[in-house]
Design a protein around this ligand. Structure first.
Ligand SMILES: NC(=O)C1=CN([C@@H]2O[C@H](COP(=O)(O)OP(=O)(O)OC[C@H]3O[C@@H](n4cnc5c(N)ncnc54)[C@H](OP(=O)(O)O)[C@@H]3O)[C@@H](O)[C@H]2O)C=CC1
Ligand SMILES: [Mg+2]
Length: 288
């Protein structure tokens, strides 16, 4: 069904009649607080038209919405940004952002036109099709068997350490990216690696973060921090990491100077990767 909506502008327009719209303003989602949770309110086409009228905006703006999914019952879901310049066409956040920053054909310089679903943009002068881009990123938790390596960039919030990360270069396999990034950032040679999980990551542009565990040879653990990429990197013991996992974000005052660091929040695949390592270490240290 989604494929049909992406390929057929008329079918997509029809789906808007019974669909649900989620709203953004300058790429920030409109959220509603409800019992200490944030919910994204849904709007029918009729409600949306009413809202647009209230804000003095033309109903034509609905053409700028982008398809972001559908329910099992074929209710189509759309996202619309009411805060961006009305001449731009838009898309949930990552897709909206991509449309906002890909308005022109890089061959002809002419404005490109979004299809109804927002799954692509086409240059009317040469028919070149542009599809939304995703940049693959690997995130690697390096271990020497008993400790794991965590690092921080100067741009991280104060005290936060995470696993190593890096964008894939063109032509690389994921395995090659892991080996290159680990060598580049901390001067270590990866011995083996294992895939863990992946996550869509909309910051700064749309990325697909692929998380892996990697090992280095126990005798080859000396870190050479690349200070152009990282502010610091160090080996941490199982206990240090397990304690840091229980610590909540930067707002918590650190009581104990021995553990001055904290880890990325639960929502990140980085957190899941570190948690997985801690759990694996705990299991392997239990008596058989
Ligand atoms: N969800 C998660 O758990 C995690 C997500 N991440 C995300 O992974 C990303 C990569 O990690 P990071 O260590 O910064 O990567 P890198 O080590 O590859 O370094 C980032 C630098 O690479 C350059 N670069 C190369 N290709 C791209 C591209 N396609 N898009 C943007 N920059 C590119 C940029 O340089 P220049 O600025 O000079 O152009 C950028 O500053 C970050 O955006 C981070 O938010 C990282 C860890 C965990
Ligand atoms: Mg990096």
């Amino acid at each position: 069904y989604l494929f049909e909506l992406k390929e057929d502008d008329d079918a997509c327009k029809k789906a808007q009649q019974t669909g649900a719209f989620y709203l953004f303003h300058s790429l920030a989602p409109l959220l509603q607080t409800s019992a200490h949770r944030y919910l994204a309110p849904r709007h029918s086409l009729l409600e949306l038209k009413g809202l647009l009228g209230k804000f003095g905006q033309d109903a034509q703006r609905i053409e700028e919405s982008v398809l972001i999914g559908c329910s099992e019952q074929h209710e189509a879901w759309f996202a619309l940004d009411l805060g961006l310049d009305s001449s731009s066409s838009i898309s949930a956040q990552a897709l909206l952002h991509w449309h906002h920053t890909h308005q022109f054909c890089s061959r002809s310089g002419q404005p490109t036109k979004k299809n109804m679903a927002g799954s692509k943009r086409v240059c009317p002068s040469n028919n070149i099709i542009y599809y939304p881009q995703v940049a693959p990123v690997v995130i690697t938790l390096v271990s020497d068997g008993t400790r794991c390596l965590l690092a921080r960039q100067s741009s991280f919030p104060k005290g936060m350490y995470s696993a190593l990360a890096g964008f894939c270069d063109i032509g690389e396999s994921l395995e090659e990216t892991v080996r290159r990034e680990v060598a580049e950032e901390v001067g270590l040679e990866v011995q083996s690696l294992q895939y863990s999980a992946s996550q869509h990551w909309p910051f700064p542009n749309s990325s697909l973060v692929i998380a892996c565990h990697a090992t280095v040879k126990p005798g080859q653990t000396e870190i050479h921090v690349n200070l152009r990429e990282l502010e610091a990197a160090a080996w941490f013991s199982h206990d240090e990491v397990a304690t840091a996992l229980r610590r909540k974000g930067p707002n918590v005052q650190q009581q104990n100077e021995t553990f001055p660091f904290w880890l990325p929040p639960k929502v990140t695949v980085a957190h899941q990767l570190i948690k997985e390592w801690v759990e694996k270490q705990t299991c392997s240290s239990l008596p058989a």
